[in-house]
Design a binder for this molecule. Structure first.
Ligand SMILES: CC(C)(COP(=O)(O)OP(=O)(O)OC[C@H]1O[C@@H](n2cnc3c(N)ncnc32)[C@H](O)[C@@H]1OP(=O)(O)O)[C@@H](O)C(=O)NCCC(=O)NCCS
Length: 328
């Protein structure tokens, strides 16, 4: 049986930025408060682009770095909570069109900030079942379209961007293990309440700003730290791997304090840990592939390196993955 391997990575961020100093002019906040509580200095914001365009640009980088022809891609799956269109068509269908790929499987998934881990599990299953050979997975977000820039508790956190990977059938360097989970009991703690069947679009829905992200930040924070830590302990134990054997720990980039708390609990060193939240903010489903891409472009990630991914997000959803980078 062929194994699923992550053979290439790519990312794209829109050129415009929104700094803490810009936010100081928009809401009652300060650069000092934001840096101290979140570690975020700036984030990228898409002004003229939509999610499928951000995703396509990230995908083109991953495709160019892969040793396959674009026509060999037989599925595209996009994880996003800020799709081009609320119901249809899927963002993945528009990415396929942008890439000139007709007649292939294309669909979106919604797993919030855990989106990339869910994508890995799906792509691995599709490849190891023999259904597909080369799956393009993309986490892409234009979160600025669902952020309320008058709500200081959320607007300081989120940014736009995209990250993509090609998952291909190979003989070795496989994706060793992926674990995904959810608990809908916490659905209301991190939610865009309006626009769906629970609260369809209406004048009142818009006036109450229910189309934007609402979050009970403090409660999410505590559960995120506990869950992310446990998820890593479980996947390492299950695979009989100790944390010192991990070349790079690449967690979801939501808040530097969350990353530091998890890193300390798990005894990861600074050189093992990838941190990009300071310059991108929280880009939800895009955050992990963007962070992998940063590590790759900085020369911190080589073929065969063991990487550990860990994410937590709305739903709640969470998950972790252990994989060897590169496919040859
Ligand atoms: C949002 C978050 C940064 C807030 O930090 P916090 O330390 O938990 O702060 P709190 O929400 O307890 O608020 C503390 C105080 O700061 C205030 N505050 C909130 N946002 C502020 C801002 N941008 N600037 C200044 N003050 C702010 C609050 O009003 C509160 O004031 P009060 O004590 O007078 O009521 C933090 O909770 C967080 O990162 N949560 C998880 C986010 C996350 O990971 N979400 C996605 C999951 S993937």
């Amino acid at each position: 049986m062929k194994k699923a391997s992550l053979i290439s990575i790519g990312a794209y961020v829109p050129k415009d930025t929104l700094t803490n100093f810009d936010l100081e002019k928009m809401v009652e906040t300060s650069d000092e408060w934001i840096v101290k509580r979140t570690g975020i200095h700036t984030r990228h914001i898409a002004t003229g682009e939509i999610t499928s365009e951000i995703a396509t640009k990230a995908a083109l980088v991953a495709i160019q770095r892969a040793d396959i022809d674009i026509k060999e891609i037989d599925a595209i799956i996009c994880a996003t909570i800020s799709p081009d269109h609320f119901c249809m068509p899927s963002t993945a269908c528009k990415i396929a069109k942008n890439l000139g790929l007709e007649g292939i499987t294309a669909f979106d998934i919604s797993a919030a900030c855990t989106g990339f881990i869910y994508l890995l599990e799906l792509a691995k299953s599709l490849i190891e079942s023999g259904a597909k050979k080369n799956v393009l997975i993309i986490g892409a977000e234009k979160l600025s379209s669902i952020v309320d820039y008058s709500d200081r508790s959320t607007c300081i956190l989120f940014g736009d961007g995209g990250g993509a990977a090609i998952i291909s059938a190979r003989d070795n360097n496989e994706i060793l293990d992926v674990h995904t989970a959810s608990d809908g009991n916490f659905a209301d703690l991190l939610i865009t309440p309006g626009g769906g069947s629970a609260n369809p679009a209406s004048q009142a829905m818009l006036e109450n700003k229910l189309n934007f992200i609402h979050m009970a930040g403090n409660e999410v924070f505590k559960i995120a730290v506990q869950t992310l830590t446990k998820s890593v302990i479980d996947i390492l134990q299950k695979n009989s791997i100790t944390s010192d054997k991990v070349d790079l720990f690449i967690p979801h980039q939501a808040n530097l304090r969350i990353i530091e708390a998890v890193k300390q609990r798990l005894n990861f060193t600074d050189s093992q840990c990838v941190v990009t939240v300071g310059k991108y903010g929280n880009t939800s489903a895009a955050s992990i592939p963007m962070a992998i891409n940063d590590a790759y472009e900085e020369g911190r990630l080589k073929n065969g390196d063991l990487i550990l991914l860990d994410a937590f997000g709305g739903g709640f959803t969470w998950g972790s993955a252990l994989l060897k980078f590169g496919g040859r």
